[in-house]
Design a protein around this ligand. Structure first.
Ligand SMILES: Nc1ncnc2c1ncn2[C@@H]1O[C@H](COP(=O)(O)OP(=O)(O)O)[C@@H](O)[C@H]1O
Ligand SMILES: [Mg+2]
Length: 288
């Protein structure tokens, strides 16, 4: 008699990412005012809002660039506000930046390899920074980085240097670098900026596929993408949460229509300051 096949154990339960009461002031300007949200395991949670709403500031709080004046961030039960990117990476949180931020002097593959460095400092870091502990470590790292590129349909970019690549390809390399660390939470800051419609669709499909392995917090200006890929959306306006819920609920919320869609209709969001991060610098003159 054949013994019963052991069921494959379920993956360990993943925790939520919870922001509570997050407040950030820049001088007299309240960029975030008591912001809270909850990213459930395996969901894509969007943060949207018009220019100056506080999206980038919130993203920067989540990845440790900005320390909130008050409030907490909890990830899988651990308080993480104020932790640096490296420590967050060790806890399974990865991010991509709007400005891409690749190393110009390294090939795409080497750039992706640096993303794995955060996982195991003794092994991967030494390999990535040119101190191979052993050829096999280095080889394993290379293979994982190659796989991460291949998963994004970008294996052919491996030997290329970032400066030579078109922007959408640079973004793929940056995303592969974040994914090679096998995060359980991925923070994406305006990933659709600079992408064509077709590339955005591709990105949307990709983000949906990621949810099998991780939760995603997506700060994004493009309504189409957000509506299509997010399970839940939090809408910010002037630093406050004005709406929260499923895409359809949020889209029909009069407050959102007034604050966000209204601005888009009248403002031509993609070309004016709404989608530019430099907007921070410009609007900072509002500060008192
Ligand atoms: N470093 C900063 N110094 C001063 N004010 C800032 C800074 N960063 C952002 N702000 C201000 O905080 C508010 C929120 O900005 P931001 O988070 O960039 O909004 P969004 O990304 O939604 O456009 C804006 O009024 C902006 O001018
Ligand atoms: Mg922004």
């Amino acid at each position: 008699m054949t013994p019963p096949v052991e069921p494959t154990p379920d993956p360990p339960p993943r925790g939520a990412f919870v922001a509570e009461g997050v407040t950030v002031r820049f001088g007299g300007l309240v960029a975030l005012d008591d912001v809270g949200l909850r990213v459930e395991p395996g969901e894509v949670h969007g943060v949207i809002g018009p220019n100056g709403a506080g999206k980038t500031t919130f993203f920067n709080v989540c990845c440790g660039f900005v320390r909130p004046d008050s409030g907490t961030l909890t990830w899988e039960g651990t308080q993480v506000e104020g932790l640096r990117a490296h420590d967050l990476a060790g806890l399974g949180i990865a991010r991509t930046l709007q400005g891409v931020g690749l190393f110009a002097g390294m090939s795409a593959l080497e750039n992706v390899m640096t993303g794995a460095a955060v996982r195991s400092r003794s092994g991967f870091a030494s390999a990535a920074f040119g101190l191979p502990r052993g050829r096999r470590d280095e080889q394993a790292l290379r293979e994982r980085a190659m796989q991460a590129l291949a998963d994004l349909g970008a294996a052919h970019l491996a030997p290329r240097y970032p400066g030579m690549l078109p922007y959408p390809d640079q973004k793929k390399v940056a995303l592969a670098r974040a994914l090679v660390a096998e995060p359980r939470l991925l923070l994406l800051d305006e990933p659709a900026a600079g992408l064509s419609e077709g590339e955005m669709d591709e990105l949307g499909d990709l983000v949906r596929r990621l949810t099998e392995r991780m939760s995603v917090l997506l700060v994004e200006h493009h309504m189409d993408l957000v509506m299509r890929v997010c399970d839940t959306i939090t809408v910010l306006d002037f630093g406050q949460v004005i709406a929260h819920g499923a895409p359809a609920e949020v889209r029909d919320d009069p407050k959102v229509v007034a604050a966000y869609l209204g601005a888009e209709v009248t403002g031509g969001s993609e070309i004016d300051t709404t989608s530019l991060d430099g907007g921070s610098a410009v609007t900072a003159t509002k500060e008192v």
